[in-house]
Design a protein around this ligand. Structure first.
Ligand SMILES: NC(=O)c1ccc[n+]([C@@H]2O[C@H](COP(=O)([O-])OP(=O)(O)OC[C@H]3O[C@@H](n4cnc5c(N)ncnc54)[C@H](O)[C@@H]3O)[C@@H](O)[C@H]2O)c1
Length: 351
């Protein structure tokens, strides 16, 4: 187990130095990398241990700017590997977990649901069991297991449906959302059964830099740049709520520090877009940034066979986190999209 400086700090070296030792899983992925960066920079008094299996979706380069920070350690590890999880808890005095590691792409869950059951369900259970083993000795005092989940567990809405509340019954409809719902159920089961201090949050679609280019926004930007067809499922009617990834990371910070144990918080951008309208917006900004005439890439729009079981609409009610914790999204969609597109233009420009 090494950090980037090839030293092996153990809890013996670090427990006097750091106020908290926090395990963040999936920290080399899209959202995880923003959460790790925020915690490493904002809380020099915390040791941040990032455990990531480094699947296709990960990129350690995302964290190049903080890899040498004294309060940061990276461990290549699969959260399903119980022995490895015990090794991490035994090496560092882990007192909190922020769990993001997961298989995250709905299309992949349709072709390989077992991979999702493994990482998302068994991985979460393995982490919970490890935390229980280490934390129950201290009666869970000052510990937190924070599970990062999705609005997709609540099912699908029609155009008029009222936004999801924290109390909306779970109704997952894809193998991905079923695996995330199952993980959430295990997290709550550990709270009720063993007294594990847990928190959960369910967030809508994130966008921003560092997302693996298989999801809608980076795929569309990539294909605009390369003048390739812009694939849109069905008629492009599906609606998603979009939140800038750094706003999600700030919400995670807030829930982690100020959220009530045993509670769930919905996080979203109050920013619903039909897929077709979103793609038109991406074309408008990307063409402008590329110096192309307005509407240049519109003919690239190509409707493709819909995803099986494609949920029509997700919408999230953020009243609880707004009123109880004072959170609200800060990034406007226009600025967030432009920032994101500029980031991808640099990335794709190097291809
Ligand atoms: N992307 C979104 O819009 C969104 C919205 C709400 C919630 N979430 C949730 O947030 C979390 C992160 O999502 P993301 O979009 O950053 O995903 P991502 O696919 O970009 O990154 C996932 C990370 O987890 C790691 N990982 C996967 N399986 C692992 C395993 N078995 N052991 C250790 N590491 C493993 C990967 O290597 C990768 O670095 C997930 O739990 C996801 O369900 C995502």
């Amino acid at each position: 187990m090494k950090n980037s400086k090839n030293t092996v700090p153990t809890w013996r070296d670090t427990s006097d130095v750091y106020l908290r030792q926090i395990l963040i899983t999936g920290g080399c992925g899209f959202i995880g990398s923003h959460v790790v960066r925020l915690f490493v920079k904002q809380y020099p008094q915390y040791l941040i241990v990032n455990a990531d299996k480094l699947t296709y979706a990960a990129n350690p380069e995302y964290l190049k700017d903080i890899e040498d920070a004294p309060n940061y350690v990276f461990v290549k590890a699969d959260v399903c590997d119980h022995q490895k999880m015990e090794e991490i808890f035994g090496t560092y005095a882990i007192d909190a977990v922020i769990h993001l590691a997961a298989e995250s792409h709905v299309d992949r869950s349709i072709t390989d649901p077992f991979a999702f059951a493994r990482s998302n369900v068994m991985g979460t259970l393995t982490l919970l069991q490890t935390a229980k083993t280490f934390w129950k000795k201290e009666n869970y005092a000052n510990h937190t297991f924070y599970n990062i989940s999705t609005d997709e567990v609540y099912g699908a809405l029609d155009f008029e449906g009222t936004p999801f509340l924290e109390t909306t019954p779970y109704d997952p409809r894809s193998p991905y959302s079923a695996s995330k719902a199952s993980a959430d159920h295990f997290v709550r089961a550990f709270y009720h059964t063993y007294g594990m201090p847990v928190k959960l949050s369910n967030c809508s679609n994130n966008y921003g830099p560092c997302q693996y280019p298989e999801k809608l926004i980076p795929v569309i930007i990539h294909n605009i740049v390369h003048n390739k067809p812009l694939p849109i499922y069905g008629k492009g009617e599906n609606i998603r709520d979009w939140l800038y990834v750094e706003d999600h990371a700030k919400a995670i910070d807030l829930v982690f520090h100020k959220g009530q144990t045993g509670e769930t918080y919905n996080i979203g951008g109050n920013n619903e877009w039909q897929n077709i309208k979103l793609v038109q917006k991406l074309i408008e900004i990307t063409d402008r940034l590329l110096g192309r005439p307005q509407g240049h890439s519109l003919p690239l729009i190509t409707y493709v066979t819909d995803r099986p079981g494609h949920d029509l609409r997700y919408s999230i009610d953020t009243t609880k986190i707004a009123t109880q914790l004072g959170w609200q999204a800060q990034m406007s969609f226009e600025s967030g999209l432009e920032k994101t597109i500029r980031w991808y233009l640099e990335l794709f420009g190097e291809e």
